[in-house]
Design a protein around this ligand. Sequence first.
Ligand code: 3HC
Length: 655
Amino acid sequence: MTAITFSPDVSGTVTDGVLVVTLDNPPVNAASQTVRAGIMAALAHLNGNSTLKAMVITGAGKSFVGGADIREFGKPPVDPILPDVVSAIEASEKPVIAALNGVALGGGLEIALACHQRIAAPAAKLGLPEVKLGLVPGAGGTQRLPRLTGVAAAIEMIGSGRAVSAAEALRLGVIDRIAGGVLVEEAIALAGEQARRPTRRTGTLPVRAGAEADLEAAAKKVLGKARGQTAPAEAIRLVKLAAHATLDTGLAEERRTFLELKDGEQARALRHVFFAERASAKVDGLEGVQPRKLETIGIVGMGLMGSGIAVSALDAGFRVIAVEQSAEAAEKGRTRIEDMLRKNLVSGRIDQTGFDARISRLKTAGDKAALQPADLVIEAVFDDYDVKATLFRELEGIVRDDAILATNTSYLDPDRLAAETRNPARVIGLHFFSPANIMRLMEVVKGAKTAPDVLATGLQLAKRLGKLPIVCGVTEGFIGNRIFSAYRKEAEFLLEDGASPAEIDSAMEGFGMAMGPFAVFDLAGLEIAWARRKRQAATRDPAERYSVIADRLCEAGRFGQKAGRGWYAYVDGKRQEDPAVTEMIAAARREKGIVPKDFTSGEITRRLVSAMADEGRKLMAEGIASRASDIDLVLINGYGFPAHRGGPMFMAGIE
Ligand code: 3HC
């Protein structure tokens, strides 16, 4: 069978009068200009050739089409633009069938929606994730999807950007069939059938508006998570428009909105985040380094952190051996882990088989000797140097020589801990964020002596756990907590200078942070930072600006929410401004002779974000972070920094 070349990455073959067009633009078959041009050429060939009755479009490799080419977004569009390609597919006289071999995302799904039939491999994933890039679908997604699924389901899918499985897509009406055997063969058969029937064009179908209540519930859910992002609300507006406007009006309004958002600040920031994530996976010095085999993860300590790590590892299919200091404590830990898993069973996140499989892979014990088979042991015990050092020395006598020892410390020095062991090359820091089974960030701390394959294994573990690993060097607090300390300090200086905790919190929440800094301090408790400040007191430069307010709070027993009072008072669990704190702040100002001034929200956010970026610059100069974008990812994924702002380094223009 001779292949017809339509463009450098689009080719076709003919079977039973059906033109099978394959898109081959690695790594993800993005709909780049040459792909678009190739599809147009294939359509012209189909409709200009009387021996052909239909066309199948499929993708080579793992993807159907991973979306529009995001690298083209910063540049002016080049013809043929995707909406024209999509319209040409829909308008084709002869039927076009989408054979979805893998992911069909964004523009990829939009191509499929314009086809006259859709058949998917069981493992295909379909979605319109544009909102995650600060966009709305720009090639008909907001107008065609609701014509297949109804308005409420389309609002949910487009507004959340969630990808659905082939099975769910079939249920929702997004696709017509799931292949039971060889996808392309079944697509060819379907094309043959379709050629004998009137062509069904998605754009001509009526929109099932559905019940107003369902629609509003879906919209409310999406908006509840949008936190200052523009795109989700725009997506909802466009999907609703589909219900009462003509296709042409809807498409024109969608395109106008897409182009406006594409050039906006939020989309620029979210594109930065997208590429930052891909860049973070590329770590210098690891080219060609093979990670060690990982099957069994050992965990020491089954508190909240250890249990969260256990659940995360069980979810990822690992065997887990979790130990505590006594059989009784181990039993308690086991109950905690089982309860966490059961919660996921009840909520439907896992099914009974999945639950049982996880439990069968979990072993708990009150004796560290049980850790012997572990390939990697993570300690998640109390953050005290002597406790951890003793533990690492003990572990050396238990685990195999090639097993990795990982510390989950937040502030201690992994190099010092490694030096306590005979083989520091196998020691690494794996800093999880709580709750560890939910939070996506993991700082992978490379010690001075950590072996490259140990680092590669840490990264692989993170990836298998579905986490976003960011490699960082050794410094007190690593990337995240160092920046957070700088943020804390600046927030306290702002208090001295005239702002109130509530003003600062409300400014940062308005900016898009999940919570304002003082609400976070109260939630986390003030005592750990206080202990650190006391430790640092002896070596602190007396000329350095220092705010005593937090110390005074702690001296007064105001340790935060758990204590019922901290930066705020908590009455019946409700946060309230507290005149006692206002007076402490006023006193601190008087002592320093500071005349308080008023701050706008913009001034507050600028000062706090600049403080983070300044600390980020230091981390880069010290070689702790290798890229500015890594720092942004840490703040976004571990500290509630709004992704649609791109991170403090992005905002400061630091590359
Ligand atoms: N455009 C350009 N490059 C892309 C891309 C895209 N849409 N999607 C992925 N890539 C690149 C990545 O940057 C990465 O490049 P690198 O190797 O140079 O770092 C490479 O492809 C591999 O990506 P991943 O590491 O993410 O590969 P995975 O196999 O883990 O995941 C994927 C594949 C599920 C397709 C994932 O890459 C993904 O989710 N991509 C983004 C999908 C998306 O958002 N599409 C919508 C685009 S907007 C759009 O379509 C607008 C339209 O409505 C007009």
